[in-house]
Design a protein around this ligand. Structure first.
Ligand SMILES: [Zn+2]
Length: 114
């Protein structure tokens, strides 16, 4: 399988660390923050789960295989969305939406050393 597994593994581990850090950070309880912040936390949690799942697929040797058609997920897609579960053709609107959310969230993550 011609996927950049080791590079993507580092990126996934990096994002996982950041998301774990955010999850552990002391933040106001959910009932004291606006719905947008609650939604963002939910997305962070979902992404953390997606990343764990992708790391699990790497360990199992099924990383980069589309969960729907069994074909290879495009390298470029994996580069942009290292936790992608389906190839572009198979990704349902829900999956695509989740992937997009991941990209949208990115600028909200704290920069290293900032
Ligand atoms: Zn597919």
């Amino acid at each position: 399988m011609n996927v950049p597994t080791s590079e993507n593994r580092h990126r996934l581990l990096d994002r996982r660390d950041t998301l774990r850090m955010l999850a552990k950070a002391s933040r106001p309880p959910p009932d004291e923050v606006p719905p947008t912040e609650r939604q963002r936390r939910r997305v962070e949690q979902e992404q953390l789960e997606q990343i764990e799942a992708a790391l699990g697929r790497m360990a199992a040797g099924t990383y980069g295989v589309c969960a729907v058609c069994g074909g290879a997920i495009d390298r470029l897609r994996l580069r942009v969305i290292p936790q992608a579960r389906a190839c572009f053709d198979c990704a349902s609107p829900a999956v695509k939406g989740a992937d997009d959310q991941f990209l949208r969230l990115e600028p909200a993550l704290p920069r290293r050393g900032a």
